[in-house]
Design a binder for this molecule. Structure first.
Ligand SMILES: [Zn+2]
Length: 101
């Protein structure tokens, strides 16, 4: 058996202990993730942070919201939904009247 290994909690690979960075607060003194995973994770965090900053900047610039214009199809669909709701309510009232007779 060649040296001790540890399973990375992120990629699940069995890797030699040298592949894990030292973390004194952990029980075995090693990171739960292997070096490549830690690297990927920090890159992800950096990307996420940059994305948030972009969003923040966009908000500060107060980009006016796009004018809310419904297409003909959207209007028709909304009208159809409203009509269906009205019809349903009418039927329920009629049924209730019928039941109370
Ligand atoms: Zn890993």
């Amino acid at each position: 058996m060649a040296g001790k290994t540890k399973t990375c909690k992120r990629c699940g690979a069995d890797k030699p202990l040298a592949e894990f960075t030292k973390v004194s607060r952990n029980a075995d003194g090693l990171n739960i993730w292997c070096r490549p995973c830690v690297k990927i994770r920090s890159a992800e965090l950096k990307a996420a942070k940059e994305f948030h900053e972009t969003v923040k900047t966009a908000k500060v610039q107060k980009i006016p919201p796009a004018k809310k214009t419904l297409t003909r199809e959207q209007k028709d669909a909304a009208n159809a939904r409203a009509k269906a709701k009205r019809d349903e309510a009418r039927e329920m009232r009629a049924a209730a009247m019928e039941a109370s007779k």
